[in-house]
Design a protein. Structure first.
Length: 262
């Protein structure tokens, strides 16, 4: 009897949470594509391919040190502005690709403000989402993001995002590289039953960081797979259509014991 009551309370809590957090049901086959670090190929290869397939995407930009100014390696701000004008989301990955778990609040705010000010000066929509450089995060970082009104923050972890149990500042993702095609194709299968699959993609190709290289042919294969199998491919910002992040932050306790690196 007692266990039945517990079950009823639990079920009621789940439906209450779901009503609060979800603005509308999460459809099966919902995938979010995110692109980190602003390598040059995201402008020359990724953006035209996304346009060709009619897919959305989020570009988590930073000025990757020490070679940011080398335009053969990284996008310049005019190219980032062009991505915004093409309808893609520009989001915050800190100024210098800083490990935010090692920053005090003043330094974290400086890192965020640099990207926000750059966007402001170029007429790019104010970044509302964040990705942790190197997946470095801690409880403090979450409170700093809250004070700056960020909506979602993406980490790693190689698992699907459940909006009813994952805190909006601890959103998991898979990272693509040259050798994990089987893992990524299998991951797409997890975009069902209310869960969302998010990919973290670096350069396509990535010249400076070969361990996170995604060859352009492989990237194209992913887009063809998603298109042929009728996936909905959106940006992080588009998640707000489905999820009330502020409600989720009130209901879901951040669980920092989960895995957040890829
Ligand atoms: Zn990064």
């Amino acid at each position: 009897m007692k266990s039945l009551l517990t079950l009823l309370i639990f079920t009621a809590f789940i439906s209450y949470s779901s009503a609060q957090i979800l603005k509308k049901p999460i459809p099966d086959k919902l995938v979010v594509l995110t692109f980190d670090d602003a390598p040059a190929s995201q402008y020359s290869v990724v953006a035209p391919l996304l346009k060709e397939f009619g897919f959305g995407g989020t570009f988590f930009v930073c000025e990757f040190q020490p070679n940011y100014a080398d335009s053969t390696l990284y996008m310049n701000w005019r190219q980032i502005q062009a991505l915004d004008q093409m309808g893609f989301e520009i989001a915050n990955h800190t100024h210098t690709h800083a490990n935010v778990s090692k920053l005090n609040q003043a330094d974290f705010n400086k890192q965020l403000a640099y990207i926000e000010d750059k966007c402001d000066s170029l007429g790019i929509a104010k970044p509302s989402n964040f990705a942790y450089p190197g997946y470095g995060l801690n409880a403090q970082a979450l409170t700093y993001l809250q004070e700056k009104d960020y909506v979602f923050a993406r980490a790693g972890g190689s698992r699907a995002y459940d909006p009813l149990s994952d805190h909006p500042y601890l959103i998991p993702s898979w990272a693509t590289d040259a050798d994990n095609k089987a893992e990524i194709i299998k991951a797409f299968d997890e975009a069902k039953d209310g869960e969302i699959v998010i990919l973290t993609i670096h350069g396509v190709p990535d010249i400076e960081h070969p361990w996170v290289n995604t060859p352009s042919e492989l990237f194209k294969e992913y887009l063809e797979f998603l298109s042929a199998n009728d996936f909905t491919v959106i940006s992080m910002k588009d998640l707000e259509e489905y999820i009330d992040a502020e409600a989720a932050k009130k209901i879901i306790q951040p669980d920092l014991d989960k895995k957040f690196s890829n």
